[in-house]
Ligand binder design. Structure first.
Ligand code: ADP
Ligand code: ASP
Ligand code: MG
Length: 416
């Protein structure tokens, strides 16, 4: 009998009525002859509420206690869902990550899963139980509770599907699939019936938060077919995320997304000698700060370079501290910070052999009078850093430029 892993996000389990509906859909899958493992997020905005509570106690909570706190949200929803399934007459058991054996690295707040034990899961599945697993959390070999980063329940579900060699992982959410842009921002965004792992991974990384990037990474690595579909329209199959070889044809651009968690840093007056850039970025890397877009420009009058780059907001404080030290060491003159930025990106495997896509994107921005502060390109992605506040205009203009919209605008894309 094959295994299906289902995952329900916060909106899908926001209240007891919704939890009862999820229970029905889980039971239906079992009645279809599948063994079912369900992963759930915390109810509604519980995680945000817990973050706020911690902020009322201290401005700098310890990462360990933060994980201890945030992981409680999922423990509530798994117990309630298991009760709802039992109340509907089926056998179910809820398990937290420590009970399953979802083992992660010993890093708090953004731990990676390194192993999942399947003995307990298989034992319960063999006894015909529906298993409800807490998403977003893991446990270190030293039994410390960790979390996988915001939105990480998607990753819990895909990792479980990979470990159990499941037939498929269904990500049930409040939107009925992956769209060419966030349908909350672009009303005529069109749904993609199928998208490759590669494109979905890039889209998720540049801000399409419908899927956690590491969930897509894991699905790609272990070849887990993923479906993104609506909790509230179960008959609809949503979007299938699969390997590229199954795709027939690539459009030049598959989607547009914005990421508002970027900050731009610039270090000015960097001596024009070999090793300066290696020192800056080597030190950042050693301290676990990931850098995204990079621009270096030479200033002839002072025979020095200005180097600008972006980091995520969560790495910002750390990056500035490191940069202050490196500045002294290499004899640079100044550090400039720009928080008023948002990264807008287009993704599409079809842009590989098509010149002119970048120019069209820049033209769309120019027509809206949106200034481009930085540009970065890769094989299937082009990103522009624009002024904060203009990101929705940018996304809409680019979406239109590449003709990604659908003719009949559906009003019911997102559950109310
Ligand atoms: P869940 O709580 O179920 O994990 P999320 O809020 O994390 O749900 O993800 C679903 C949301 O992702 C949608 O409501 C939508 O606004 C947003 N989103 C952003 N980009 C896209 C996109 N390209 N396609 C679909 N949804 C998107
Ligand atoms: N509850 C966690 C969050 O809000 C994890 C998730 O929903 O995927 O980020
Ligand atoms: Mg999510």
């Amino acid at each position: 009998m094959s295994i299906i892993v289902q995952k329900y996000g916060g909106t899908s389990v926001a209240d007891s009525e919704k939890i009862k509906n999820v229970a029905k859909s889980v039971i239906k899958e079992q009645k279809n002859g599948k063994k079912v493992v369900v992963v759930v997020s915390a109810m509604g905005h519980t995680t945000d509420y817990l973050v706020k509570l911690a902020g009322e106690i201290t401005a700098k909570p310890s990462c360990r206690e933060m994980d201890m706190l945030l992981s409680t949200g999922e423990q509530v929803s798994i117990a309630l869902l298991a009760m709802a399934i039992q109340e509907a007459g089926c056998d179910a058991i809820s398990l937290v990550a420590g009970q399953v054996g979802i083992i992660t690295e010993s890093i708090h707040s953004k731990a990676r899963i390194v192993d999942i034990k399947t003995d307990t899961l298989n034992k319960h599945l063999d006894n015909n139980k529906i298993i409800v697993v807490a998403g977003f959390q893991g446990v270190t070999p030293d039994k410390e509770i960790t979390t996988l980063g915001r939105g990480g329940s998607d990753t819990s579900a895909v990792a479980l599907a990979a470990a159990l060699k499941a037939e498929r992982c269904d990500i049930y959410t409040d939107v009925d699939g992956v769209y060419t842009a966030d349908p909350r921002i672009v009303k005529d965004a069109s749904r993609l019936d199928v998208i490759s792992y590669m494109e979905m991974l890039e889209l998720a990384r540049v801000g399409a938060n419908v899927l956690h990037p590491r969930a897509v990474e894991t699905a790609k690595q272990f070849n887990v077919p993923l479906r993104v579909r609506s909790t509230f329209k179960q008959q609809d199959l949503g979007t299938l995320v699969i390997g590229a070889e199954s795709m027939e044809l690539y459009k030049a651009v598959s989607g547009v997304a914005a990421d508002d968690e970027q900050v731009r840093l610039a270090i000015l007056g960097v001596p024009d000698t070999p090793g300066s850039a290696a020192k800056i970025f080597g030190t950042l890397a050693k301290n676990n700060v990931s850098v995204d877009m990079i621009i270096q420009s030479y200033v002839q009058e002072v025979n020095a370079n200005n180097i600008a780059f972006t980091v995520t907001e969560s790495d910002f404080d750390n990056a500035v501290k490191i940069l202050e030290n490196v500045k002294k060491e290499i004899g640079a003159t100044e550090i400039v910070i720009d928080k008023d930025v948002v990264k807008v990106s287009i993704v599409g495997a079809g842009m590989i052999d098509r010149p002119g896509i970048a120019a069209e994107m820049f033209e769309a921005l120019a027509n809206e009078d949106i200034n481009i502060k930085m540009i970065a390109t890769s094989e299937i992605k082009i990103s522009c850093l624009v002024e904060r506040g203009r990101e929705n205009d940018a996304v809409k203009a680019i979406h239109k430029k590449f003709d990604l919209g659908e003719e009949d605008v559906r009003a019911d894309k997102i559950a109310k």
